[in-house]
Design a protein around this ligand. Structure first.
Ligand code: DX5
Ligand code: ZN
Length: 228
């Protein structure tokens, strides 16, 4: 069973509490919170004080996606604000292994994210220590972009690696996810799906969530990805 994580980036920020409740009631598994600093990516979104306020409105799992430079400076604040999972970009971290430890010590699950242009080789030594790998399926920074198909190979390879080596690690995908691309990423091996515009852009959030769930495909194994 996949997990669905609506991204509040596409929500109405003037009534964020209601917007979170709306997708939780519609069956969301996680609330995906996009934190942007205006440097790692062009936009600035929200910081830990907003997460702290939202924490009072729901018990849902907060999946915090840090798109920031110097992510090590943010862990404590987001953990105290009520984050459950903290994911940072390997492209932004000087000492990613230490940062994973710090996230865990702060009481959160740790995730590591890679851009479409970043190779899995960059996180090879880290996969065994994280709870989740986030394979970006668009370039980070904006909602509503088009899914990048070349990311499917990475999802596939990572999924085999996790399976073959027996790691306990989720594969999250983020960007351009709708029922059509949900079928592709789940057959490649992703099991946590972020969706912003496809859920918040729909009139009926529950129908949108149900449509993405219904698109789930069994993992299809392509032999050429097996290294045996
Ligand atoms: C992009 C963010 C995403 C974004 C996805 O940088 O990380 O979480 O909200 O939006 P959609 O689903 O519209 O592509
Ligand atoms: Zn995100």
């Amino acid at each position: 069973m996949i997990k669905l994580a609506p991204s509040i980036l596409s929500a109405d920020f003037s009534k964020l509490g209601d917007e979170v409740r709306r997708v939780v009631d519609a069956g969301a598994d996680y609330i995906h919170i996009d934190v942007m600093d205006g440097t790692f990516v062009p936009n600035i979104t929200i910081g830990s004080p907003v997460v702290k306020s939202l924490r009072k409105t729901t018990k849902a799992t907060f999946d915090v996606h840090l798109m920031v430079e110097h992510p090590e400076t943010q862990v404590k604040a987001f953990a105290e604000a009520g984050a459950d999972i903290i994911t940072f970009h390997v492209e932004a971290a000087k000492h990613p292994h230490r940062l994973i430890q710090e996230i865990n010590e702060a009481g959160c699950k740790a995730g590591i994210a890679i851009d479409p242009g970043t190779s899995l080789a960059m996180i090879e030594e880290l996969v065994q220590d994280v709870d989740m790998v986030l394979i970006m399926t668009v370039n980070p920074g904006f909602g509503g972009q088009e899914f990048i198909p070349s990311t499917l190979d990475k999802i596939h390879m990572l999924s085999h690696e996790i399976h073959d080596l027996g790691y306990d690690c989720d594969i999250e995908v983020d960007g351009g996810i709708n029922p059509e691309t949900a079928a592709l990423v789940t057959s490649a091996g992703a099991n946590v799906l972020v969706a912003g515009s496809a859920i918040y852009g729909a009139d009926d959030a529950k129908a949108a969530i149900d449509a993405i769930r219904a698109a789930e495909q069994p993992h299809v194994c392509h032999d050429h990805h097996h290294e045996e």
